[in-house]
Design a protein around this ligand. Structure first.
Ligand code: URA
Length: 227
């Protein structure tokens, strides 16, 4: 909803008065003075006028250290889900921003803010995701070059965007992705005749797991900072 409409609705003031308030610099959005009448406001936005809080942001952002064997889903008849690891009254409202496979481990983000999770996974936003990958066979010398050109996925009829690859040992690499296609890393290695035997997501943007034990979670903010 537009800021001017939101204010009229909340305060029952007329459109003209609301616009005058915005122009006078007494309206703030997420703690900053907002002068744009049509600024987009949803229920994850904090809005104040004349120093009075009209709406408090109700968004929740969590970072979870996903253990192997937990499904990145909200419910499942067969496997335990990552939501079952969240011991909070709001757990059922959360969804996953960028899944990890059942056997994969590492940094998983959960939120109730769909716009935020979409923005993180959009390839255009270029949020880096760093993975440590264990391989069955020794990594090919030309792997970085092949992956930098992209791998064609026939099912989706697309070529993956360039990834960064660092060889850590004969059979382990670190990969940075800027998108998140279904089983992307496994399928990329499969395409060059290798197999992923373990996958761990270590970082999203500047956020890392630090000392967070497997199965534990912590609150973060929308800028991927621990709070
Ligand atoms: N790529 C995969 O193949 N699996 C994951 O869990 C994440 C990225």
């Amino acid at each position: 909803m537009r800021l001017d409409r939101f204010l009229s609705h909340q305060t029952r003031l007329g459109k003209k008065t609301v616009r005058q308030k915005i122009d006078a610099g007494v309206v703030s959005v997420n703690g900053q003075v907002e002068l744009f009448h049509r600024c987009e406001v949803d229920h994850f936005t904090t809005v104040a006028m004349d120093g009075e809080l009209l709406q408090k942001n109700k968004a929740i952002y969590l970072m979870l250290h996903k253990p192997a064997g937990y499904l990145s889903a909200t419910s499942d008849p067969q496997h335990p889900t990552v939501i079952e690891l969240i011991d909070e009254p709001y757990a059922a409202d959360l969804h996953i921003a960028g899944r990890l496979d059942l056997a994969s481990t590492g940094l998983l983000l959960l939120t109730n803010n769909g716009r935020w999770s979409r923005s993180l996974t959009e390839p255009d936003k270029k949020v880096p995701k760093v993975y440590q990958v264990q391989l069955r066979d020794p990594v090919r010398d030309d792997c970085a070059e092949i992956f930098s050109k992209g791998i064609y996925f026939a099912f989706e009829d697309l070529t993956t965007s360039p990834v960064e690859l660092t060889i850590l040992s004969d059979t382990s690499v670190e990969i940075t992705l800027y998108e998140g296609r279904y089983h992307q890393i496994k399928r990329m290695f499969h395409a060059i005749g290798n197999k992923v035997i373990a996958l761990h997501r270590a970082q999203i943007g500047d956020l890392t797991l630090g000392q967070l034990p497997a199965g534990s979670y912590t609150r973060i903010n929308r800028d991927l900072k621990i709070i």
